[in-house]
Design a protein around this ligand. Structure first.
Ligand code: 5GP
Length: 117
């Protein structure tokens, strides 16, 4: 793990950068994506600095579960229970990770193709 979280998301966690927050607890933060790829596009992040799943170890197991539970709550609050939602985690620059602080993308409100592009 890198020592200092100098990512955009680190700045949002520290309150140095504004974000349209939709959920927050001691460990997790969720906010609207600045460049939405769907009518509902929300990012769920741990407050702990983890770069991506390769950087998560055994001690992060509970925290990873909390991310999924937060995603569940947010998806319900956003009215996605009937039509469902897609959850995406880009792990590594090679598959499109641009912000190197782990995040779940909640995507909903439109149809989605499979397999993803
Ligand atoms: P990635 O490509 O790493 O999986 O996703 C990063 C996401 O963060 C992108 O969808 C991008 O639009 C979003 N993003 C980048 N900078 C900001 C920001 O400053 N604020 C918010 N709310 N989202 C951001």
């Amino acid at each position: 793990m890198a020592d200092k979280n100098d990512t955009i998301f680190g700045q949002i966690i520290r309150g140095e950068m504004p974000a349209d927050k939709v959920y927050e607890d001691d460990d997790v933060l969720a906010f609207k994506d600045i460049n939405p790829a769907a009518p509902v596009h929300i990012l769920v992040i741990p407050k702990k600095y983890i770069v991506n799943l390769f950087d998560a170890d055994e001690e992060d197991t509970e925290l990873l579960g909390k991310l999924l539970q937060a995603a569940r709550k947010v998806a319900i609050e956003q009215g996605l229970e009937d039509d469902g939602f897609r959850l995406v985690v880009n792990n590594g620059a090679g598959v499109g990770q641009t912000v190197h602080h782990i995040h779940l993308h909640i995507l909903g409100g439109r149809s989605f193709a499979w397999p993803p592009g």
